[in-house]
Design a binder for this molecule. Structure first.
Ligand SMILES: [Zn+2]
Ligand SMILES: [Zn+2]
Length: 308
C-alpha cells in the first residue's frame, strides 16, 4: 500500500488538432505534494482551471518538442502566472530554442515577468534532468520529425515502515526511529539488539511512469522503460493507417500495444488521437490495443490514473 500519491491527470488527449471536446496534449503529474506539468498545449491553463488544479503550485514544466500541439499554451500560462503575481522561480525543460521563443514573445510587448524562468535545455535521451529526495526524471529519445523527448519519472526507494509495537514497547526516541527507517538496527535499553528486518516492514516497490509522445514505432528505448508501472504511448492512428503512421513518425494502436508488451510494462495509456476519429470510434481504438496488450486504457480529459 502506497502512502505517497503518484498520479497522472489527462488534460488533453487529442493529436495535432483539437476537436470540439478533445484538447491537445498536456498532462499533470502529481507525486507526493509536488505537481509537474508535462507538455502545455493550447488551452492547458483553462483545463487546469476546470479541474481545479492550483497552477501556481507548478514549479517544473516539461516540454517534449516544439510542435504546436505540445507547447502553444505555454505563453498564455506564463502570462497568467505573471498576472497572478508569481514570485517563485519556474523551471522549464525542453529542447533548445524555448528561451528565444519566450523572450521574443514577451520582449515585443515589453513585459518583464514577476518571476524568473529558468530554461533547461535537453540535449539527449537518457539524461537525468531533475532530481530531488523522492523523484528522478530522465529523458527518453523519441523517433520524430524534429527533436522530441519522452520523460521517465522514477520514484526513489521509499523508507522502511517501522512496526508500531516496537516503538511502544521500547519507547524508541524519534532520532532512532529515523535511523531505523533508513535501515539501522536498534539496541534496547536492556542491551538486546533487534535487527532491522525484525523492526520494520519493507516498503512497496518504487514506481515508474514513462511518457512517450510523439514518436514513430521504435524499440530503441525499450530497455529504458522496461517494467514501468505505467506507460503513456501515443497512438495517433488505428492499424488501418500504419503506413501513414510510419511516414509521419507517429504510432498506431497496435504499435503502442506491441511496445508495451515488449517492454513488459504493467499498464498502458494511449492517446494523441487523430482528429479524424470521433469519440464513438475510440472503443475500436481500445479494442485494437487490448487485443495485443490487455491492460490498456484510453486517455480522456479529466481522467486520473494511478501510476502504480
Ligand atoms: Zn503531437
Ligand atoms: Zn509532434
Amino acid at each position: 500500500m502506497y502512502k505517497t500519491p503518484f498520479q497522472i491527470t489527462i488534460l488533453g488527449s487529442s493529436g495535432a488538432m483539437p476537436t470540439s471536446n478533445r484538447h491537445t496534449t498536456a498532462q499533470l503529474l502529481k507525486h507526493d505534494n509536488k505537481l509537474f506539468l508535462i507538455d502545455c498545449s493550447e488551452g492547458t491553463q483553462i483545463q487546469m482551471r476546470r479541474m481545479k488544479i492550483p497552477l501556481m503550485k507548478i514549479n517544473h514544466i516539461f516540454i517534449s518538442h516544439f510542435h504546436g500541439d505540445h507547447y502553444l499554451g505555454l505563453p498564455g500560462l506564463l502570462f497568467t502566472m505573471h498576472l497572478l503575481g508569481r514570485s517563485n522561480k519556474l523551471n522549464i525543460y525542453s529542447p533548445p530554442g524555448l528561451k528565444e521563443i519566450i523572450e521574443t514573445h514577451f520582449g515585443i510587448c515589453n513585459l518583464k515577468t514577476s518571476y524568473s524562468i529558468i530554461f533547461n535545455e535537453i540535449e539527449k535521451g537518457g539524461a537525468t534532468i531533475y532530481e530531488d529526495a523522492s523523484l528522478k526524471i530522465d529523458t527518453i529519445s523519441m523517433l520524430h520529425s524534429i527533436p522530441a523527448y519522452g520523460f521517465l519519472f522514477n520514484e526513489k526507494p521509499l523508507e522502511r515502515n517501522i512496526k508500531k509495537k516496537y516503538v511502544n514497547k521500547y519507547n524508541i526516541p524519534v532520532d532512532q526511529i529515523l535511523k531505523i527507517k533508513a535501515g539501522a538496527s536498534y539496541t534496547t535499553p536492556g542491551g538486546e539488539v533487534l535487527s532491522n528486518e525484525e523492526l520494520t516492514i519493507a516498503p512497496p516497490p518504487q514506481r515508474r511512469y514513462a511518457f512517450c509522445s510523439d514518436t514513430g514505432y521504435t524499440e530503441s528505448f525499450t530497455d529504458q522503460i522496461e517494467g514501468a508501472d505505467t506507460l503513456y504511448h501515443e497512438a495517433t492512428f488505428m492499424k488501418e493507417f500504419s503506413e501513414l503512421a510510419s511516414e509521419k513518425l507517429h504510432s498506431t494502436t497496435a504499435e503502442a500495444a506491441t511496445l508495451a508488451l515488449k517492454a513488459k510494462v504493467k499498464k498502458l495509456i494511449i492517446g494523441h488521437y487523430s482528429a479524424r476519429y470521433d469519440d464513438t470510434q475510440l472503443i475500436s481504438y481500445l479494442n485494437e490495443a487490448k487485443a495485443i496488450f490487455n491492460n490498456t486504457y484510453l486517455a480522456k480529459e479529466g481522467k486520473v490514473f494511478d501510476v502504480g
